[in-house]
Design a protein around this ligand. Structure first.
Ligand SMILES: Cc1cc2nc3c(=O)[nH]c(=O)nc-3n(C[C@H](O)[C@H](O)[C@H](O)COP(=O)(O)OP(=O)(O)OC[C@H]3O[C@@H](n4cnc5c(N)ncnc54)[C@H](O)[C@@H]3O)c2cc1C
Length: 366
């Protein structure tokens, strides 16, 4: 291996890039994060933080097992990150109630729950009376509901904050406001071209969310990733008033431990436009008030948006690119917060294993 000051450069410091850097630094590798903006300030800042395979998977897909494994890995991931960083992270496992507004919706949910049981996602039916007992604020005019006991919620902003602190404490170099333009793999190292000059390292990881495929890698064609914009709105409510996540299709409500309550969301194909759309916010507010009628009396305190990193196959790209010194970790679309623990583990262990092989090869030749 050529002598370079850094083992791994990570392009992008969202939840994915930062968690990879954290795991690499734990393994003793010298890592740097280059972020075009600020760490954790894009999709990972915008996300609601539902860890809810129950609301996402309606049939077998190559990633549903990965999603479920991530959900199982979450408690240990949060505990380890809290103890390393000294930051507290709001992580709550209170399940999700998916409501059916009509008999037809109820039938659809029941059929879905049967398929999901085969996938390993458990759910049990609830009568309207049971919903009233468990979540008294939910609109009583429902046909029934399903309860997903394993679904959970985390505050993604607290995760990225903790990751940033844990990375800094382990010596990860962090460069904000540095956009990676291109990566040139050489025989035994990579050159990373940025707005702020050139960096060299043993490996590069592309984890730039919805911007990842704008980075060019000499000799490799990257799977296209594109932004799917989503709005969310927030209400200041009293703590412990909402209970479990409340869902109806892609409309949802969840409450942070302090009471801040988030309603979502929208799915928009409009590139990287950053202006809030009043009509979309009103639509989310109406859907939220439909689920929780008391919200009709409340005004939202804040609204925001972010760009989900989507791929044509609606699956993340995780692993080495056509060149083995360039790794990819992007395209997590609606589930990047959920899929963080094992994406980081997979990329970090792959790179660590090749670095150990390299050391072994070198020591043999001496
Ligand atoms: C409204 C909304 C709600 C969501 N809700 C959930 C949810 O409830 N649960 C869930 O699991 N997921 C959710 N998601 C999805 C989740 O937010 C994403 O999948 C996840 O945050 C992706 O993380 P990332 O690190 O890949 O991308 P990002 O967080 O977008 O980070 C990418 C980083 O790369 C940087 N960057 C960009 N270009 C370059 C470059 N050329 N060089 C260097 N750096 C660069 C950016 O500045 C940014 O910091 C939601 C997303 C949105 C928008």
């Amino acid at each position: 291996m050529k002598e370079v000051a850094l083992d791994v450069i990570i392009a992008g410091g969202g939840i994915i890039g930062s968690s990879i850097a954290w795991r690499l630094s734990q393994a003793g590798l010298r890592a740097a994060i280059l972020d075009a903006g600020r760490l954790g300030a894009e999709a990972s800042w915008a996300a609601a933080g539902m860890l809810a395979p129950g609301g996402e998977f309606e049939g077998s897909s190559p990633i549903h097992q990965f999603a479920l494994a991530n959900l199982r890995a979450y408690p240990a991931f949060v505990e380890e990150l809290q103890s390393e960083s000294g930051c507290s992270i709001d992580f709550q496992r209170f399940g999700a109630i998916e409501i059916a507004g009509s008999e037809a919706e109820w039938q659809r949910l029941a059929a879905r729950a049967e398929i999901q049981a085969e996938l390993g996602i458990s759910a049990s039916s609830m009568s309207p009376e049971q919903v009233r007992r468990e979540a008294p604020l939910v609109n009583p005019e429902i046909a029934g509901a399903f309860f997903y006991p394993e679904d959970a919620v985390v505050n993604p902003r607290e995760i990225t904050h903790a990751l940033s602190r844990a990375c800094r404490e382990r010596g990860v170099e962090i460069y904000e406001g540095v956009r990676v333009r291109a990566i040139r793999p050489e025989t035994d190292s990579v050159l990373v071209m940025t707005d702020a000059g050139q960096f060299a390292a043993g490996w590069a990881v592309i984890a730039a969310g919805a911007w990842s495929s704008m980075i060019t890698v000499e000799g490799c064609e990257l799977a296209r990733v594109f932004p799917v914009r989503g709005h969310l709105v927030g209400y200041s409510l009293e703590a412990e008033t909402v209970g479990p996540i409340i869902r109806r299709g892609h409309s949802y409500l969840l409450q942070r431990a302090g009471g801040f309550t988030i309603a979502g969301s929208s799915t928009e194909d409009c590139g990287f436009r950053r202006d809030l759309d009043r009509a979309i916010i009103t639509d989310i507010e109406n859907r939220a008030a439909q689920m929780l009628p008391m919200l009709a009396e409340r005004t939202t305190d804040t609204a925001w948006l972010g760009f989900r990193p989507a791929t044509e196959r609606e699956q993340p790209v995780i692993g080495p690119a056509a060149h083995p010194l360039v790794w990819l970790a992007y395209g997590h679309y609606r589930n990047g917060i959920l899929m963080t623990p094992l994406t980081a583990a997979r990329v970090a262990s792959g790179i660590t294993a090749s670095s150990e092989m390299d050391c072994f090869g070198r020591s043999e030749s001496h």
